[in-house]
Design a protein around this ligand. Structure first.
Ligand SMILES: Cc1cn([C@H]2C[C@H](O)[C@@H](COP(=O)(O)OP(=O)(O)OP(=O)(O)O)O2)c(=O)[nH]c1=O
Length: 190
């Protein structure tokens, strides 16, 4: 039996993988999430995803380990998780009425090989009034999410259009991840 480990403390990533009825374990990977600001968004998310997967793989070398990272890029600015409500308001003001890109990097380390890839999804927001932003931030939803919103929650009300993988915005591009797992030799029930 091959062990599958999700190297993440994100409840969303756990729920997404659970939706596929796979047996897996969770190992949180407390890695340094700083990055070189000169790197491209795809380099940033792939590098962080790899760091998270490697951290856990070192302790579990016989397992298949999945690490993932999500950032939002708007007007050339990289947005991670807001530190507080004020930062969340600023991020949402920046996203209002525009299209931004959500990048999710995924790294899968298998016992003898590994792969790293990213997905980019474009998300267009409605024009948001200050009141819209204030009431959304007061739900508390933005604080632990890149770009200060969750498309899977009340944040869906901010979204006018998306182009790309919805699940990648939530934190894990599911179908691509499963295809890559299969490619690496993980025994899937489907
Ligand atoms: C844009 C967006 C992000 N997010 C979340 C996904 C990620 O959990 C989070 C971005 O932070 P990450 O640093 O990618 O992940 P994390 O710190 O939550 O978990 P870990 O590093 O342990 O894997 O933002 C949503 O849940 N919905 C959204 O619509």
């Amino acid at each position: 039996m091959q062990t599958l480990i999700l190297a993440s403390s994100s409840p969303r990533r756990k729920e997404l993988l659970e939706s596929l009825q796979l047996n897996f374990e969770i190992a949180s990977s407390d890695v340094d999430e700083s990055y070189n600001p000169e790197n491209t968004p795809e380099e940033i998310v792939m590098d962080l995803a790899e760091r998270k997967a490697k951290h856990v793989s070192q302790v579990h070398p016989d397992a298949f380990v999945i690490g993932s990272d999500t950032i939002v890029v708007a007007d050339g600015q990289v947005l991670g998780k807001p530190g507080n409500s004020e930062e969340a308001v600023d991020m949402l003001k920046l996203l209002s009425g525009k299209t931004h890109a959500v990048y999710t990097g995924v790294s899968i380390i298998a016992p003898t090989k590994s792969t790293t890839f990213y997905e980019k999804t474009d998300v267009e927001f409605w024009n948001l009034s200050d009141d819209d932003i204030k009431s959304y931030v007061s739900t508390g939803e933005p604080l632990d999410k890149a770009g200060a919103y969750g498309i899977q929650g009340f944040g869906r009300l901010l979204v006018k259009k998306i182009n790309g993988d919805y699940y990648s915005v939530v934190g894990l591009p599911l179908s691509r991840t499963i295809r890559e797992l299969k490619e690496l030799g993980y025994p899937l029930p489907y």
